[in-house]
Design a protein around this ligand. Structure first.
Ligand code: SF4
Length: 114
């Protein structure tokens, strides 16, 4: 079973309604639905916080402290598909920086639930 990290958009998690990081990503990972090809273990859940500058180092620290290198990093659907979008970065740019830093593949999105 793959071990994964999920990164959520903190701006949404702090003020969203319906799923501020409560269940959609976790359900999709557990059941192997949405962007997850098979049931996956969520080892770490990192919250991006505006303007997102510490995200890359926080991800590195989560990997170091958990002592588990994830097989994949998933950017949450609320982060990737936000409308209006993130004013500080875009998901592709974020994914590229994360892959460069960690060497771990980054998947854009987690689930298709409404
Ligand atoms: S920087 Fe962007 S992705 Fe990160 S919490 Fe703020 S709005 Fe969300």
């Amino acid at each position: 079973m793959e071990k994964v990290m999920v990164i959520g958009c903190g701006a949404y998690m702090d003020s969203g309604y319906g799923c501020p990081g409560e269940w959609r990503c976790l359900k999709a990972a557990a059941l192997g639905e949405g962007k997850f090809e098979a049931p996956s273990q969520v080892i770490t859940f990192v919250k991006c916080e505006c303007p997102g500058r510490p995200l890359i180092s926080n991800v590195g620290m989560a990997i170091k402290l958990s002592e588990i290198r994830p097989d994949a990093i998933y950017l949450s659907s609320c982060l990737v598909n936000a409308k209006p979008g993130c004013p500080y970065s875009d998901a592709e740019e974020m994914a590229k920086m994360l892959e460069d830093k960690t060497g771990v593949k980054v998947v854009l999105g987690t689930h298709d639930y409404h």
